[in-house]
Ligand binder design. Structure first.
Ligand code: PMP
Length: 403
């Protein structure tokens, strides 16, 4: 049985006060909080088995290597990747996208097209723009409508035999909109294009099945799923990963080095140059175990209730507009007429509530709505309706002070 108080008790930070008020943490879209098992696992790694991996014959090195590879296998299982070597450790979503975009420089040529959507985080725009600048390819953008949903007829129309890759998020960070990626993956493949899914905002809420999705690449960050910062995952289909050149050169990623020629290691090591975030990689497995123990059904149920409750409560405030009204996850992005989002954010912070204000690294979305930014409350399964009451009251207070 899902007991939110029992869950909250496992997150030490949630019992803190901030500015003299109990912390209400609604900035989960930016990063999640960490349960005690995750915090303890980091400490345990450094206290007991810290050593470099894949190199030493000594016991600690083997223990650390085993723990790192066990975590990789957990992640393989979690996302249902066919092969273990399709799971590449990265430093996060941004790293994963850059790795793939860089690799596509060997595939994309002048006149080709690279497609992103109007709903992307800057991380899933800029690396593709850089690729286009390098290769002379054209960046094509799938437009969105006023509900924050992608216009699929436009997507269909824009796809062509020139499209080399489509890069789209599973769930939008700024609005919480869930994109119809199953449809988009099939369509991209029918057009002969590869497709990368940015799962940074989806993985906190669901378990992606990369084989059922049939995507070519799926990327996400550890820190948004109760894991540490500085670690993430790139899943890629074996055939694609074999086709792409390495991203960074260095130790770990080679088979043999001479001054005349270097040959590269097999997957996954080809893409894992240098000493990785070993503790992060190991503890990402701990975080995934934790989430699976809570259960994604329970997580979704709790978050759906919070979304409905929060939407209803906030909608009672006069002059409040919510952006993104299509099918979505537990994110409410809004503004109050005549008030800058930053001012609301600052006042609610004084009342103990952490929300994100600004463009959320998605400036094109803000430009579309012709606004400087929004206030974004993003709920996690450890949040409560009582916290939403505190937040709504804080917003009302802020509105009164600023009107
Ligand atoms: N894509 C999306 C949809 C995101 O929400 C984020 C993080 N806000 C990123 C990419 C980048 O993730 P990271 O900063 O962990 O690399």
């Amino acid at each position: 049985m899902f007991d939110v108080q029992k869950i909250r008790a496992q997150f030490p930070i949630l019992s803190q006060t901030v500015n003299g008020k109990p912390l209400v943490y609604f900035d989960n879209g930016a990063t999640s909080q960490k349960p005690k098992v995750v915090i303890d696992a980091i400490e345990k790694y450094y206290q007991e088995i810290n050593a470099n991996i894949h190199r030493g014959v000594h016991t600690l090195s083997q223990l650390a290597t085993d723990a790192y590879e066990i975590s990789r296998a957990k992640i393989q299982d979690h996302i249902n990747a066919e092969h273990l070597h399709e799971v590449i450790f990265t430093s996060g979503t941004t790293h994963g996208i850059n790795l793939v975009a860089n690799g596509f420089a060997s595939i994309v040529t002048k006149g080709d097209e690279v497609m992103v959507s109007a709903l992307e985080h800057h991380s899933n725009i800029v690396p593709w723009q850089m690729l286009c600048e390098r290769t002379g390819a054209k960046l094509v953008v799938i437009p969105m409508d006023e509900n924050g949903e992608l216009i699929l007829s436009e997507f269909d129309r824009l796809l062509s035999d020139k499209t080399r890759i489509v890069a789209v998020n599973h769930i939008s960070n700024a609005l919480g909109i869930i994109n119809p990626i199953r449809y988009m993956i099939d369509k991209a493949h029918q057009a002969g294009a590869a497709i990368l899914i940015d799962g940074a905002q989806a993985t906190p809420h669901l378990k992606p099945d990369v084989q059922a999705l049939d995507c070519d690449f799926y990327v996400f960050s550890g820190h948004k799923i109760c894991g540490p910062t500085g670690v993430g995952i790139l899943y890629g289909k074996e055939a694609w990963l074999n086709k792409l050149p390495p991203y960074q050169g260095g130790g770990e990623m080679i088979k043999e080095v001479t001054f005349e020629k270097t040959t590269y290691a097999e997957l996954p090591h080809k893409f894992e140059a240098g000493t990785p975030n070993i503790a992060g990689g190991i503890v990402l497995g701990t975080a995934i175990d934790f989430l699976n123990e809570v259960g994604f059904d329970a997580i979704q149920k709790q978050e759906k209730e919070l979304l409905q409750y929060g939407t209803a409560k906030l909608s009672e405030i006069e002059g409040l507009t919510i952006y993104g009204t299509g099918e979505k996850t537990s994110v409410i992005s809004f503004n109050i007429e005549g008030i800058h989002p930053y001012d609301i954010g600052t006042i609610v912070d004084k009342l103990g509530v952490a929300v994100r204000t600004g463009h959320h690294c998605a400036q094109p979305i803000m430009n579309y709505f012709n606004i400087p930014g929004t206030i974004r409350a993003s709920f996690a399964f450890y949040n409560t309706k009582e916290e939403i009451d505190i937040f709504v009251e804080a917003v009302q207070k802020a509105k009164m002070m600023l009107s």
